[in-house]
Design a protein around this ligand. Structure first.
Ligand code: S6P
Ligand code: ZN
Length: 190
């Protein structure tokens, strides 16, 4: 393992930016339009191409022994009745876990294991969440403020997006009659 010096990353709690920025990834509607169920609603918003979320990855070697850590800012909004969400992924090394610590907003972590079993955790400021090995995870902002959380996971875990891109997730989190509802995904391909 290469020699690596201790370092700080500073979260600005006014605008939830990170310094140094590291690798900042922004995902707009066009980057994940196929993941929303209501394609009519997607069409209406696609030219505007809203920013759904951004995440700052602190630059750490992708090696066993290190810990990756990142800050995600998931904005409030909906596509049809589906709340803004992250793409969701398994870790490439599936038996690697992750811890999320939430700083602001109100959300859900939707998890699905390799047997297609779903688990959902509620998150808001001050909640520290454990995502066990073998669970794909997607975050959903069900509130009116940005949902901001930090994730910490093994250096060599990697990200596998293809399975969720192809299959989707078995459950959707939507707003119906001003309520947050969990519904079966009618298009889920298991
Ligand atoms: C990384 C961790 C998060 C997500 C981020 C964006 O393992 O779970 O930092 O990368 O929230 O989500 P996604 O699904 O686009 O990577
Ligand atoms: Zn992850």
């Amino acid at each position: 393992m290469e020699i690596f010096k201790p370092q700080n990353s500073i979260i600005n709690f006014d605008d939830f930016s990170l310094t140094p920025k590291g690798d900042l990834i922004k995902r707009r509607l066009k980057d994940m339009s196929f993941m929303y169920q209501n394609q009519e609603a997607v069409k209406k918003l696609i030219d505007e191409n809203p920013l759904i979320y951004e995440f700052y990855n602190v630059e750490i070697p992708e090696e066993k022994g290190h810990l990756q850590h990142c800050l995600t800012v998931l904005y409030p909004g909906k596509i049809g009745k589906e709340y803004y969400m992250t793409k969701g992924h398994f870790h490439s090394i599936k038996n690697t876990a992750e811890v999320y610590i939430t700083f602001s907003g109100e959300g859900r972590i939707l998890m699905q294991n390799t047997d297609d079993e779903t688990e959902i955790l509620k998150i808001n400021k001050g909640v520290m969440s454990y995502i066990p090995p073998y669970y794909a995870h997607r975050t959903i902002n069900v509130g009116k403020e940005p949902l901001v959380f930090c994730g910490v996971y093994p250096g060599d875990a990697g990200h596998e997006y293809g399975i969720i891109e192809k299959k989707g997730m078995a459950e959707l989190i939507v707003e119906e009659n001003d309520e947050i509802k969990i519904i079966d995904n009618p298009e889920y391909k298991n």
